[in-house]
Design a protein around this ligand. Structure first.
Ligand SMILES: Nc1ncnc2c1ncn2[C@@H]1O[C@H](COP(=O)(O)OP(=O)(O)OP(=O)(O)O)[C@@H](O)[C@H]1O
Ligand SMILES: [Mg+2]
Length: 500
């Protein structure tokens, strides 16, 4: 069966002479405007490489884009309420924490601060809901009303997940559309620019941090970014710092690793978070979401210290837990959404975007899910409680991994998800080192895309103070690749080209 596909917004292939002209220009444009990263293979803190990108923006149906934008505030509300529902988190994570050491350690921090009493009731959520267009709903929960006439390559979109920690691409998302604006104009297609939607993700995310900073209410207090030992995706952090400086010239941003925090941070008399004499108003985590980002128990102690403090955290430990794959799966359980959203339309609209999500507990439905995946592994993704890419299991390996842990308690720490099969389109992938005029031929390849919508939400257990959709990002990968993380080296920057 032919794979459903979109026609690209520019007729491909481009003439070799056109490519020879535009590719080096586009690479330099990206590099000179900060659509860049540090090289992993040739690391040098003083130099950058452009981030991989696709030469022309990928087609995305306008109606589906607008629907994704429109639902973000409901998703913000949902995640905020889930994060503050202790019973829900405890109940749904209890089997995971028995077998998954990382989630267990996060959960222990939650238990500790909960039993001591939460010092700072306000939480800042900077979320990113990732979605993919679906070509067919293959027995999932797609409603009849979503089914489109046959000539359209998609029928709807489904959510991959919501990220609640270190949701990246607030800068690289908007930057991608700027590369594409330049490229389309260079290709003589300036009239197409109107189909690139505006994207103020960077202002929106930094605006969220500044709103939290104001709520903290200390003129002199600073914003702290918790960063990795080595940051490759540096532009996607520094541009946030630069934007904060621009939006609020008086507000200082500092960067610390968890290890530096363990040596330099302490709590003041009223549990102020103090680092080298500076009081911290807001902590923005760009690290701390995977086990390797904790070098030792000292780093874990630093995470606990931050959590105990008065600083407003993005995310709080309970927001972090609310973003686990297990909680996502629990929300797809019948009746779960009703617990958080008291409006039937909201419940229905969110349920509509879930694809099949299954627990792998030792009970009848867990066994059924195991059977289902083993007999049709290509239709499922197996996910552990991890972030950052590269941890999920796809295709035949789903069967092998399930076979290996079928009788082990370990399987309860994983979830099973229906595999979303997005339509393909042709594009040019431009990576550092790829050809332009040096004899190698650049050819269009089949790619698939994933859209992320950013949300910013601030509030406490009782109320939401601010709730906004703030922008988007698009990542694109070769259609045969399982995952598309750009920082992880698999995907490429992209921006949506909206079609009616
Ligand atoms: N159900 C699915 N169907 C198709 N592809 C999927 C599915 N789930 C995940 N993927 C692919 O795998 C990637 C990583 O999945 P996921 O977001 O669940 O993991 P993660 O480790 O949290 O990644 P990230 O760091 O991007 O948040 C997705 O960006 C997507 O490309
Ligand atoms: Mg994630």
């Amino acid at each position: 069966m032919a794979v459903p596909r979109f026609e690209p917004c520019i007729s491909l292939p481009l003439e070799p002479s056109v490519l020879e002209d535009v590719v080096p220009k586009a690479k330099d444009w990206a590099l000179m405007h900060g659509a860049a990263m540090r090289s992993k293979t040739n690391f040098n803190p003083d130099s950058l490489q452009f981030a991989p990108f696709v030469l022309i923006p990928s087609v995305f149906p306008r109606k589906e884009f607008e629907k994704a934008v429109a639902i973000q505030e409901v998703l913000n509300e949902l995640v905020h309420k889930v994060a503050h529902d202790r019973d829900f988190l405890v109940e749904n994570l209890k089997s995971v924490i028995e077998v998954d050491e990382f989630t267990n350690k996060l959960f222990k921090i939650y238990e500790t601060v909960y039993s001591e009493g939460i010092t700072q009731p306000i939480a800042l959520g900077l979320l990113r809901s990732d979605i993919m267009l679906e070509t067919c709903c293959g027995g999932g929960d797609c409603n009849e009303k979503n089914k489109k006439p046959k000539f359209q390559p998609h029928c709807c979109w489904k959510q991959v997940e919501v990220n609640t920690i270190a949701s990246g691409f607030g800068w690289l998302g908007p930057a991608s559309a700027l590369i594409h604006s330049y490229v389309l104009a260079e290709l003589g297609a300036g009239e197409k620019l109107k189909n690139l939607p505006p994207n103020s993700a960077l202002e929106g995310l930094c605006g969220g941090m500044l709103e939290a900073w104001k709520l903290y209410g200390q003129e002199k207090a600073v914003i702290l970014f918790i960063v990795e030992d080595v940051t490759y995706n540096i532009c996607d952090q520094r541009f946030h710092e630069f934007k904060i400086r621009e939006m609020a010239p008086k507000v200082k941003v500092i960067r610390k690793t968890l290890t530096e925090m363990s040596a330099q941070a302490k709590l003041g008399q009223h549990k102020e978070l103090l680092v080298n004499g500076m009081e911290i108003a807001v902590v923005y985590f760009r690290s701390g979401y995977e086990p390797s980002q904790y070098n030792s128990s000292d780093d874990w102690d630093a995470r606990l210290l931050i959590e105990r403090s008065r600083a407003i955290k993005c995310p709080t430990i309970y927001y972090h837990l609310a973003g686990t794959k297990k909680v996502q799966q629990a929300l797809a359980h019948p009746g779960a959404l009703e617990r958080f959203l008291n409006d039937a339309d909201k419940v229905e609209s969110v349920r509509d975007i879930f694809t099949g999500l299954y627990a792998l507990e030792f009970n009848e439905s867990g066994e059924k899910a195991v059977e289902m995946a083993m007999s049709n592994p290509d239709n499922y993704v197996l996910k552990p409680q991890r972030e950052g890419g590269g941890n999920n299991v796809y295709g035949q390996q789903v069967k092998e991994v399930l076979e290996g842990m079928r009788n082990s308690q370990e399987r309860t720490a994983w979830i099973l998800m229906e595999r979303i099969k997005p339509p393909v389109q042709k594009s040019y992938m431009i990576r550092p080192g790829t050809a332009n005029s040096e004899g190698q031929k650049l050819v269009p390849v089949d790619v698939v895309s994933e859209l992320g919508i950013f949300g910013a939400v601030i509030g406490d257990a009782n109320k939401i103070i601010s709730n906004k959709q703030v922008g988007h990002m698009l990542r694109t990968k070769i259609s045969t690749a399982d995952e598309g993380g750009v920082a992880a080296g698999l995907g490429a920057l992209d921006s949506p080209y909206l079609i009616d």
